[in-house]
Design a protein around this ligand. Structure first.
Ligand SMILES: Cc1cc2nc3c(=O)[nH]c(=O)nc-3n(C[C@H](O)[C@H](O)[C@H](O)COP(=O)(O)O)c2cc1C
Length: 418
């Protein structure tokens, strides 16, 4: 019976354990988590979502405070078009985060950064270019393009000295999205180094519409592999979304995937950035507690725990401090929803906004508990302690469980009494 460890992901002549830990913003996939994946010979991701805020928390910079001070006068103005990111600050914050992570890297694996196109930051092209270029400047091994079609993203990097040597990959949820990407970039003579196929059971935003439940990861992955074969393109395909055990992973590796990308199992790892209390919510969750809804202002459906404090919260938009979802004209669907409720309920002190959420603030404060569909099985991956709580696990334990387990088994950690 095969185990994940019987397979290797090849990039050129180099080989890796075919386990990639997916990017989870905002700093849920921490540097510590990514570093463990790399140390163990696989691939880890940090995320560049809200990186000035992440830098403030990790490296004691004051980027958010400075931005808020600059735009404070605009807080009560619903027009946010003047609230711009300082590109120099964005570059510095990215460099700090990437450099500090890469300096700590040990082992034979790699560290990539997850770069979401939907973080339009009131200047989509300019900010995305700076984010990607500064990550490359700071020595990141690769960039995973996510949450968007990224039709122009390779073009933004074309003149960067590392454009052809860094690993660049894209997340797609259909053959069609991949075809579009490849066609759009054909003239650059630069193929992606890997394609991640993310199915409908993943955490975070979904690359599907309201009919997400009709899709199946194994089917889409097979379609992508078949398409690349027809086109005679040799690009590693990495399956993601709902792969919960080593045996699940093996079934993809045996049918042509070069690796798997996993995340949900690691949300309860010691190294994961979620607060301890929130990890317990993930452990406790039952299948009924998980919902896919449309409260994200990005327009993509998003999976989360129904108990997320973000759901229904009606806080004032916080774009002067954050503003990561402002489109190129300073709009965000949450601002519209908030202003509508404010106009309808001028005298109510605590507003409730049901249809959208202030994603920046809620993700930043770990009040939006996004999760994969398999979250309800996390309780079966650990031990229950005497006080009724669940024991958290090391990333190494989870990684090795994926790498070596067979027969749909999940190895429990040794009991540690708290
Ligand atoms: C808590 C959480 C946050 C996530 N955030 C992001 C993100 O910021 N960007 C992204 O591309 N994918 C994100 N994802 C998706 C993962 O990177 C990954 O592809 C997917 O969840 C894998 O499926 P699994 O969770 O069932 O293992 C997130 C997933 C989780 C569970």
């Amino acid at each position: 019976m095969k185990r994940v460890d019987d397979f290797r992901l090849m990039f050129g002549k180099k080989e890796y354990v075919p386990i990639m830990i997916g990017g989870m913003g905002v700093d849920i996939s921490t540097a510590e988590l990514a570093l463990e994946a790399a140390r163990l010979g696989g691939i880890g991701h940090i995320s560049d979502a809200m990186v000035p805020d992440v830098s403030d928390r990790r490296y004691h910079t004051t980027f958010v405070k400075t931005k808020l001070k600059l735009y404070k006068h605009n807080i009560n103005n619903s027009d946010k078009s003047s609230v711009q990111f300082d590109l120099g600050v964005l570059a510095e914050a990215t460099r700090r985060h990437v450099e500090s992570t890469m300096t700590a890297r040990r082992g034979d694996g790699l560290i990539f950064v997850n770069c979401m196109e939907k973080l339009t930051m009131n200047a989509p092209r300019e900010t995305l270019q700076v984010r990607m270029a500064s990550a490359l400047d700071a020595g990141i091994d690769g960039i995973t393009l996510s949450a968007g079609l990224h039709l122009g993203s390779f073009g933004l990097l074309e003149s960067h000295p590392r454009f052809r040597d860094a690993k660049l990959g894209i997340i797609v949820s259909s053959v069609r999205a991949l075809q579009l990407f490849l066609r759009k970039n054909a003239k650059l003579n630069r193929l992606p180094d890997y394609v991640i196929v993310e199915g409908p059971l993943a955490g975070g935003h979904l690359g599907f519409g309201a009919d997400w439940a009709q899709y199946n990861l194994a089917v889409i992955t097979a379609e992508v592999i078949a398409y690349l074969k027809t086109e005679q393109l040799s690009i590693p395909v990495i399956a993601a979304g709902g792969i919960f055990t080593g045996s699940d992973a093996v079934s993809f590796l045996e049918t042509g995937s070069a690796a798997v990308q996993v995340a949900t199992r690691f949300t309860v790892a010691d190294e994961c950035g979620l607060p301890k209390k929130v990890k317990q919510e993930y452990f406790k969750a039952s299948e009924d507690d998980i919902v896919v809804n449309t409260i994200s202002p990005t327009g993509y459906p998003m999976r989360m725990l129904k108990g997320s404090p973000a759901i229904g919260a009606g806080i004032r938009p916080n774009c002067e401090a954050y503003g990561y979802l402002l489109d190129g004209s300073g709009n965000c669907a949450y601002i519209t929803a908030y202003n509508r409720e404010l106009a309808l309920n001028p005298d109510i002190k605590t507003l409730s906004v049901l249809d959208k959420t202030c994603l920046c603030t809620q993700m930043r404060n770990f009040n939006l508990w996004t999760c994969g569909q398999t979250t309800y099985r996390l309780k079966d991956t650990t031990r229950r302690l005497e006080d009724g709580s669940y024991q958290s696990l090391s990333a190494e334990h989870i990684f090795k469980d994926y790498q070596f387990s067979t027969d749909q088994k999940v190895v429990l950690p040794d009991l540690v009494q708290s």
